[in-house]
Design a protein around this ligand. Sequence first.
Ligand SMILES: [Zn+2]
Length: 100
Amino acid sequence: MNLNNSSPTPEKPFNALRMNTMNIKPLELTEFQQTAQNKPLLKCVCCRDRQTSAGVIEARDWITAANMCGWRVVFTRGERMGTCCPSCVDDMKRVEAQQA
Ligand SMILES: [Zn+2]
């Protein structure tokens, strides 16, 4: 029996699984969070980046702006992971593209 088996592990089943279990969706109004000072707040679950506004902004406007900037909600296996900042979303998309 050869323990140094160098044959590549099949990657396709893993890829298919991964593609099916990860979802990146635009933010909805329910994602709106505020600081103690009533200012809109966005937190990235990946890099812990935080974004607040300088002033008070309507929830709907803030969420629209966040989506335009590239903030997304990430789900894995149907479980909500949380909101991710544009650069982390880009990284996830790049990883996904490499594996496709
Ligand atoms: Zn991030």
